[in-house]
Write a protein that binds this ligand. Structure first.
Ligand code: M6R
Length: 614
């Protein structure tokens, strides 16, 4: 969740380089931030509460240096105050530490440290401060107050790490050693890289533009980052070297490029995402490139948040196209739940590839002997490297915390997996594949037409007014439009802070109808076929109780207007792809409602882009 970065080199300018890295990573956490410059004579720490702009003011007059670490925080221990912001130091300011993750034996460690020192020795409520205290204690034991050499640093660092349980990526600097940064990784991701300096980061996106290749160090790795090399050890203490890989994206991919927000940019990038994701993958031969570890009797999908909703879409596809039964679980439920079932394939879905629960779920599946396949956006991520096979969605960097284009890519990833399974079970014949692939080829153009249409613009203008002063809203769908209802509600609540619920239309009478009152906005994700009339019925039921209905329907649907206050239509496409088109309208509706409320759509409160803690 938090973002960490560190650089050690020969050149000054470290304050601005660290700030530039933090800016690219701010979406990971934005409730406070801090920087430490390690000078030969000592450590200089500056921290601020709130967004990064506050820290920019604080570091204005900071003395520059050649080595430093920095952090942007998503609070887990204690409120987002300056005291709780990283870097954290020991009482003597001998070490400074930045941390992403959670130290789970915090309570015991705190007790031990209090007994050795006194209760006043802690300045924050964080677990990270304990790391600084422990490291300082181990350095004292190793070399007193003499400046440690590499060997002493490593010995003290290893003994410190042995005292921590939990998940963490850590970086620490030590007084007098402004040439080196201590690093460690346990479960949480940590990336190292070199060009004219040594770099570390919790997120590859912050290194884009600074380096061309990165090295994903492995779970349990620890050591020293020098300006020109890394000295790494595995959890057993054996020296290890880790390979570097080329960066997947370039700098422009992660910039606004004239758009007012990343969310709007990413919504509008979806036609390009569809093209890229399906490019060269839909023919009979090309589908073989979707690597399925084996032909399963059951597919278990695991994911969180928006990726979970994409997983629900994938379930529809898999069951319809391959006939293989499929279960979708939140990864955190799967992880502590029952075994996956006989001859199951466990399918993870994750944009970042760093979601701790999804990663843990996949590892649990592997421990139980099940092969894993993951649909990911970041192909160098931990989940990608952990899985037996991956399918990249090629969506490019997604910076907005609210996932939009990645959802579309994940749904298409699910479709590709379903088609491949359908070929394996002989349920998808060449003719059907040709029909789907022709529709998919036309789909991005239809999406562009929707995004540019005045009908959409006018419809959104009328629809967003219905949310004025409202604190509750509902989204209704059925069958394949049900996951879209859930996703629509999630999008609205996370960026506009309006309480929203997605329901399967059939569920309405079983409880939620009691909440409908005069003026409640209800978004109905209509579709064609048998469910259309059922959803019209739902629309009538809520209208009769005072709700204001916004219907998202397919072009040419003459009847929709009779059941809604506002109708927004989308181009008609193949039924398998239709829900993706409806979802674009939901995304834009949430976007405009949130903008009307002056919300920061790219950085909604309390959230972070990658949820790297359990
Ligand atoms: O990186 P992942 O796809 O694994 O992330 C999963 C969720 O944390 C993510 O989709 C989250 O729900 C988004 N904020 C939704 O917009």
């Amino acid at each position: 969740m938090c973002g960490i970065i560190g650089i050690t080199g020969d050149k000054e300018g470290m304050v601005s380089r660290l700030m530039a890295g933090l800016t690219k990573m701010e979406y990971r956490g934005y409730d406070s931030a801090g920087v430490c410059i390690s000078h030969p004579e000592g450590l200089d720490v500056k921290r601020s509460e709130g967004v990064l702009d506050n820290l920019k003011e604080t570091v204005k007059d900071m003395k520059d240096g050649t080595c430093g670490i920095a952090h942007t925080r998503w609070a887990t221990h204690g409120p987002p105050t300056e005291e709780n912001a990283h870097p954290h130091c020991d009482p003597q300011f001998r070490v400074a530490v930045v941390h992403n993750g959670i130290i789970e034996n915090e309570v015991q460690l705190r007790q031990i440290l209090i007994e050795a020192n006194n209760n006043d020795c802690f300045k924050s409520e964080t677990d990270t401060e304990l790391v600084a205290h422990v490291l300082a204690q181990e350095l004292d034991a190793e070399c007193g107050d003499v400046v440690p050499d590499d060997e002493q640093l490593l010995a003290a660092w290893r003994r410190s790490l042995d005292r921590f349980d939990g998940s963490f990526s850590l970086a620490a600097v030590v007084k007098g050693r402004s040439d080196v940064i201590l690093v460690a990784r346990s479960f949480s991701p940590l990336i190292l890289a070199h060009n004219e300096a040594g770099f570390l980061a919790s997120d590859v996106s912050c290194l884009v533009g600074m380096v061309k290749e990165v090295c994903f160090i492995e779970d349990g790795d620890w050591g020293l980052l020098h300006k020109d090399r890394m000295e790494l050890f595995d959890s057993e203490g054996n020296p290890v070297s880790r390979k570097s890989t080329k960066l997947q994206w370039n700098e422009e991919d992660a910039e606004l490029g004239g758009w007012p927000t990343f969310m709007l940019k990413e919504i509008n990038e979806q036609p390009a995402v569809v093209r890229a994701c399906l490019q060269g993958r839909l023919s009979r031969e090309a589908l073989r490139g979707v690597k399925i570890p084996y032909k399963p009797d059951l597919v278990r999908i695991i994911a969180c948040g928006t990726a979970f909703h994409a997983g629900m879409m994938a379930r529809h596809y898999i069951e319809e196209l391959s006939g293989i039964p499929c279960i979708v679980d939140h990864a955190h439920e799967f992880r502590y739940g029952t075994p996956a079932g006989p001859k199951a394939l466990v399918l993870g879905v994750s944009q970042s590839g760093e979601t701790a629960d999804t990663l843990a779920g996949l590892m649990t599946a592997q421990e139980r002997g099940y092969p894993t396949l993951s649909i990911v956006n970041v192909e160098t991520s931990t989940i990608a490297r952990q899985s037996d096979a991956i399918l990249g969605i090629r969506a490019g960097p997604e910076i907005g915390v609210a996932s939009t284009k990645a959802f579309t890519g994940q749904v298409l990833g699910g479709l590709l997996v379903a088609l491949r399974l359908g070929r394996l079970t002989n349920k998808v014949h060449t003719e059907e594949l040709a029909v789907i692939s022709n529709a998919a080829r036309r789909f991005p153009n239809a999406m562009e037409r929707l995004l540019a249409s005045t009908q959409l613009e006018q419809g959104l203008k009328r629809a967003r007014r219905l949310f004025h002063d409202k604190n509750h809203a509902f989204f209704l769908g059925r069958n394949s439009s049900y996951p879209i209802a859930l996703e629509g509600a999630l999008k609205l609540k996370e960026i506009s802070y309006i309480h929203a619920e997605g329901y399967a239309g059939g569920e309405l009478k079983h409880g939620p109808l009691a909440l409908i009152e005069d003026g409640t906005p209800v978004v109905v994700i209509s579709s064609e076929g048998i469910i259309q009339q059922k959803l019209f019925g739902n629309a009538r039921e809520v209208s009769a109780r005072g709700a204001r209905v916004i219907m998202i329907a397919v072009e040419g649907d003459e009847e929709a207007a009779a059941h809604a206050d506002v109708v927004i239509t989308v181009p008609k496409t193949h039924p398998l792809l239709q829900p993706i088109m409806h979802n674009v309208v939901c995304q834009l509706l949430s976007y405009h409602v949130a903008m009307d409320r002056d919300c920061n759509v790219d950085r909604p409160r309390n959230l972070a882009k990658s949820v790297t803690v359990e």
